[in-house]
Write a protein that binds this ligand. Structure first.
Ligand SMILES: [Zn+2]
Ligand SMILES: [Zn+2]
Length: 345
């Protein structure tokens, strides 16, 4: 079959590879679409995952084979079904898995990250992660369910630390796909204000079109624009989410959290990035700083939210390109062009 392969740091090519065979508990999916995201850039940069690898962890397609031990009592997917697939590979045996923190698994892996993924005609994944889609969901668009499931987990983390988004003022850094998904989710959850900051004017326009309360190229600009519906001047935002991964945005965001508020690291920063904190303020204002990592028991809910129209796929997906164009497509994502780019094998 044809597949995009990241062969080494900074090197990606489309080439012929053997067709994958399922393990006993796996599913083989004929891929309809795979999204490219920031994580793929980190894999290409050699910071995450194991090379060589076929990237592609955000995908949907049609089931063409099931492993011999897949139990029809517990796995709904059948050959011919249209599915979106949770790419998580947990061990279910380590200390963290046994404490119910599977996404922090000590042997954590992901299809398209540590194992070959879906930038290929066929992909293998655990059958338990294949979620059957309702007929009205366009199959290609369902590649957005994985990023949505990461956002659902982020919202779970916020609920745990801050009581959730209802009635809160929220500031999102980064109006890429994830920032836009988080913006829509925060609105749906009842946030009073969802402000969005990005340096890219086109992305800000998209955030505004999706209903962001206010948009600007810096949070300082938003504060100076007071009084408005946005977070009252000087008080900060109850919830600040970084969906950019950029150190300057992260530092700014940590400093914008309101008293009693929560900062959530969602964007994937470089492992060597550093930001400073103000311990006195964290103490005296009870600031929470936390993070959310990938998917945790959130994929089914994301699939249901997606089927219910919680995010606007027609706005989020900017490009659909053939597999042969993968190298150019990932270069475009690296350059910040477009929103979600779908690769169609
Ligand atoms: Zn992703
Ligand atoms: Zn584990």
């Amino acid at each position: 079959m044809r597949a995009a392969v990241i062969t080494g740091e900074g090197r990606v090519e489309v080439t012929e590879v053997p067709d994958p065979a399922p393990g006993p508990l796996d599913v083989v999916v004929e891929v309809a679409a795979t999204g490219i995201c920031g994580t793929d850039l980190h894999i290409l940069g050699g910071e995450v995952g194991a090379l060589p690898v076929v990237p592609g962890h955000e995908f949907a397609g049609t089931v063409v084979a099931l492993g011999r031990d897949v139990d029809p009592r517990t796995t709904r997917a059948r050959v011919g079904d249209r599915v979106a697939v949770d790419p998580s590979l947990y061990c279910y045996r380590c200390y963290q898995c046994r404490r119910g923190r599977e996404n922090l698994c000590e042997a954590w892996g992901g299809v398209g990250v540590t194992a070959d993924g879906a930038a290929a005609q066929f992909a293998v994944a655990p059958a338990a992660g294949a979620v059957v889609l309702p007929d009205h969901v366009p199959l290609q668009d369902a590649a957005l369910i994985e990023p949505l499931s990461c956002a659902v987990h982020a919202v779970d983390v916020l609920a745990q630390h801050s009581g959730g988004a209802v009635g809160a003022s929220v500031l999102v850094y980064g109006a890429g796909t994830m920032g836009l998904v988080l913006t829509q989710l925060a609105q749906r959850l009842g946030a009073t204000v969802v402000d969005v900051v990005d340096v890219n004017a086109e992305r800000l326009a998209t955030a505004a079109a999706l209903g962001a309360t206010a948009t600007a190229t810096s949070a300082g600009e938003l504060e100076r624009a007071e009084p408005s519906a946005s977070a009252p001047a000087g008080r900060g935002w109850d919830v600040v989410i970084d969906a950019s991964g950029h150190p300057a945005a992260i530092q700014d965001g940590i400093d914008r959290v309101a008293r009693g508020g929560t900062y959530l690291q969602f964007g994937v920063a470089s492992p060597t990035a550093r930001a400073s904190i103000d311990p006195y303020r964290i103490y005296s204002q009870e600031i929470t700083i936390t993070g959310s990592m990938a998917v945790k028991r959130s994929f089914e809910r994301a699939a249901e939210l997606f089927a219910a129209g919680a995010i606007d796929a027609s706005v989020l997906i900017s490009d659909r390109v053939p597999l042969e164009d993968y190298p150019a497509a990932i270069a475009g994502v690296a350059a910040g062009r477009g929103r979600k780019v779908l690769v169609l094998p």
